[in-house]
Design a protein around this ligand. Structure first.
Ligand code: FSX
Ligand code: SF4
Ligand code: F3S
Length: 386
């Protein structure tokens, strides 16, 4: 059987790239990076590019309940190529309270119309927790409780994605004593849904999930909490740029002390990286380089992606060490140093998820001398620089 060959060289000249106002090269780089984020081989680039070129944009209904809108904000603030443009190009956002120009009855009518027109085919994205105490009166939209609106919209959805920690497991609104009975999407629907926790979540994890759905017509593999394995299968502690200091017993003890200024490990300041599953250190936020994540900026991870850790454990409480074994992907700081190409790193990282993270960590760790480690591994360069 002859398969249709998708021509990467020509297909995007007038397609997504043209619509977004970015170069074809930038678009293909994005497809490659998304494939790596998803833990897929580079050959998946063509399939991703083809799916994103498709004229059939899935209808998305985006609900917002008990939250701060940080999830939407983080999506809109991402750059290179601007993720908001990408998202709005590959999906048809038919209902979003913050972004809609419409208001009141007009907005609600648009939601109902989209649900009817795309029955069984639309993607439902939920941001924020859902209060259940006092029959759900603590969050109402257009006179309807959040509980009822979620159930109504989920009934005919092709897929449900809970974005942010609030929707994923209750997050900040569910903090003890949880006066409103803030609950997760899965608790309300009584089934596992795909969750993208984080407060806010990393927009690339959401985008990669949507691209997976577009490309393969299915959502990515998830763990028992609904978190995509490509993003949440590794502890932050495994990929952290300060891990060599942890292994060497070099810790910041107080904010601003010598260890803190030198970029030592933040474990004794309460860093929850050792019990938090997320890819923050490997993909960072906002394309600002390797300091653009909490620990990179000198603040302990508070475990915002992890139920029972974020907004639950006091910030200065020591983390539970879920794994004490040093990572496989970089040498101890007392060992000799070598050099490795990105290609070689990718090969060793394999394709089983978080490959991009492994590449970044290996490339950062190998080829650096002990003195550089003592400075916290900060080169001042962006991730894209050699
Ligand atoms: Fe929650 Fe998202 Fe934190 Fe805020 O809306 S995960 S409070 S960043 O916005 O839901
Ligand atoms: Fe990094 Fe925190 Fe682990 Fe230290 S404890 S290595 S700062 S994740
Ligand atoms: Fe959250 Fe920790 Fe990442 S606080 S953003 S899970 S580094």
């Amino acid at each position: 059987m002859n398969e249709t060959i998708f021509d990467l060289e020509t297909a995007t000249d007038t397609g997504v790239a043209g619509r977004l106002g970015i170069s074809r090269r930038e678009f293909l780089k994005f497809c490659t990076a998304t494939a790596a984020t998803l833990g897929l081989p580079a050959s998946a680039e063509a399939a991703i590019a083809k799916a994103m070129e498709s004229a059939q944009r899935p209808s998305v209904i985006w609900l917002q309940f008990q939250e701060c809108t940080g999830c939407s904000e983080s999506l809109l603030r991402a750059e290179h190529p601007t993720i908001d443009k990408l998202i709005l190009d590959v999906i048809s956002l038919d209902y979003h309270e913050t972004l809609f120009a419409a208001a009141g009855h007009q907005a609600e009518a648009a939601r109902k119309a989209a649900m009817k027109a795309h029955k069984g085919k639309y993607v439902l994205v939920v941001e924020g927790a859902i209060p259940v105490k006092e029959k759900g009166i603590y969050c109402k939209i257009g006179g309807q409780t959040a509980v009822d609106m979620l159930k109504e919209c989920a009934a005919d959805a092709a897929a449900v994605i809970a974005i942010g920690s609030c929707a994923s497991w209750g997050g900040m609104p569910a903090t003890d004593p949880n006066p409103t009975g803030a609950s997760s999407v899965a608790e309300i629907l009584g089934k596992t849904v795909v969750t993208i926790p984080g407060c806010p979540p990393n927009p690339y994890n959401f985008l990669a999930t949507v691209v997976h759905f577009l490309t393969f017509k299915s959502l990515p593999a998830v763990d028992q909490l609904g978190r995509p394995l490509f993003a949440y299968s590794r502890l932050i502690h495994e990929s952290c740029e300060r891990r060599a200091h942890f292994d060497a017993g070099r810790f910041a003890i107080e904010f601003g002390d010598e260890g803190h200024r030198k970029g030592f490990c933040l474990y004794k300041l309460g860093c929850k990286g050792p019990e938090t599953y997320a890819n923050c250190p490997t993909i960072g936020f906002n394309d600002l380089g390797e300091v653009s994540w909490p620990v990179g900026c000198g603040h302990p991870c508070i475990g915002c992606t992890e139920k029972g850790v974020g907004f639950t454990k006091p910030i200065h409480q020591l983390a539970t060490l879920k794994s004490v074994e040093p990572p496989l992907f970089y040498p101890r700081i007392v060992e000799g140093q070598g050099a490795i190409s990105l290609g070689g790193a990718a090969l060793l990282a394999g394709i089983a998820g978080a490959a991009a993270g492994a590449v970044v960590v290996m490339s950062k760790k190998l080829g650096k001398d002990n003195d550089d480690q003592g400075k916290g591994g900060k080169s001042g360069k962006s991730r894209d620089e050699p």
